[in-house]
Design a protein around this ligand. Structure first.
Ligand SMILES: *Cc1c(COP(=O)(O)O)cnc(C)c1O
Length: 381
């Protein structure tokens, strides 16, 4: 095989700025440290698409000692680069998975009586009180013990004596909207439920919770989206550093005449003589089809050299067309890159057009693009 750079044969390139992730983590940590708490880091789903190994390694250097993942295998990857960290697995203990947890020194976040019993049984059989967290439900109704189950566990020493309860957590339903009264109700319920385990540390806040009052911070916070530069609060500016830049390669530039249609379903008609760039980015690269620009929906846009360029027609699996008529002829050519997510086009722009959230764009970042870890800061002249 001839030596050809990854970038030459990939449809695009993806740049992740680890310094920016570290800066965003420090921003979250200093908010929580101010209230006597500390920030862990949520690195589930391959660190929201940014690469769990690189991110956990960098945040460990930064002083982060507690990581939250969704799955045991994600925890094992963190363990490889963070030998001394506390690693909590949010999706809890899957049946029969306890030996894997013990081997990689992972702590399950036990979310039901059945999980607690299985962990207790495992610890008794091994004659070692391994650490675990308990999740108490305060309104999400997804995972976690009910109030009745919490009282039962708190008063039943046969379960609690078998393992070491290191943390009690719950999860905010609508932290992005601090005015929603559900936040206060969850806070009160969390105090009541977690208070039944006086010796354990407590954790309630995701990124949004870090932005709320100190009473939400408890012992350790679990920011995720903030670290990756996403939108934390539903409203208001995003003051975090951008972390991800995704650029797609221009495959070709072509002219379409007034009245011609572009793409599947003939969903978009040219209203003028137009120049169209076809780029190597489609829904298989995480670019949701709902962001398509059709005759009835404006759709999303990408960016090149100072221009916002609308998506023209339906996004297909491996490519999409963008309207480059307003870019001076000759400026954008075959092989050039357009920014599809980055400092000029936050994922939130696409998410709003596609009626979803930027989390989904980040976790769906293309596995087909050439990846780099590098700074996104423009060099200062
Ligand atoms: C994903 C998740 C987080 C992180 O949430 P962000 O909104 O990304 O900060 C924290 N806690 C739990 C239980 C989660 O599932």
């Amino acid at each position: 095989m001839p030596e050809i750079a990854d970038e030459t044969i990939a449809g695009g390139r993806l740049t992740v700025d680890l310094d920016a992730i570290a800066a965003n983590w420090r921003a979250m940590n200093s908010r929580t440290v101010a209230s006597g708490s500390r920030a862990g880091a949520t690195v589930k789903a391959d660190a929201y698409g940014c690469g769990v190994t690189a991110v956990a390694k960098r945040l460990t250097q930064e002083g982060c000692g507690t990581f939250f993942v969704a799955l045991p295998e994600e925890g094992r990857k963190v363990r490889e680069v963070a030998p001394n960290a506390e690693i909590y697995v949010l999706n809890g203990l899957f049946p029969g998975a306890a030996p894997f947890f013990a081997e990689a020194r992972l702590r399950p976040v036990l979310g039901s009586i059945a999980e607690i019993e299985e962990w207790a049984l495992f610890c008794r059989a091994r004659r070692v009180a391994l650490e675990a967290a308990i999740h108490v439900d305060t309104g999400m109704n997804r995972l976690g013990l009910t109030a009745e189950d919490t009282a039962k566990v708190a008063s039943d020493n046969t379960m609690l004596d078998a393992f070491k309860l290191s943390l009690v957590i719950s999860h905010l339903v609508n932290g992005g909207a601090p005015e929603d009264p559900i936040n206060g109700r969850q806070l009160e319920k969390f105090k009541a439920l977690s208070g039944q385990f006086p010796d354990a540390q407590k954790s309630l806040s995701n990124s949004a919770g870090c932005m709320m009052g100190r009473e939400f911070h408890f012992n350790v916070a679990r920011p995720g989206i903030a670290l990756y530069g996403g939108q934390v609060m539903d409203e208001g500016p995003n003051e975090l550093e951008p972390v991800v830049k995704v650029e797609a390669k221009v495959i070709q530039v072509r002219t379409v005449h007034k009245g011609d249609t572009v793409g599947y379903g003939a969903a978009r008609t040219a209203k003028r003589e137009s120049r169209i760039a076809v780029i190597s980015s489609g829904y298989a690269d995480g670019f949701h089809r709902l962001g398509s620009g059709t005759d009835t929906r404006p759709g999303t846009h990408v960016w090149f050299n100072g221009h916002d360029l609308p998506v023209f027609g339906r996004i297909s699996m491996d490519m999409q067309a963008i309207d480059v008529t307003d870019v001076p002829a000759g400026q954008l050519r075959r092989g050039d890159y357009v920014e599809i997510i980055g400092p000029h086009v936050p994922a939130l722009v696409h998410a709003r057009a596609a009626e979803t959230i930027d989390y989904e764009y980040l976790t769906g970042l293309s596995k087909r693009y050439a990846r780099h870890y590098a700074s996104l800061k423009e060099p200062v002249a």
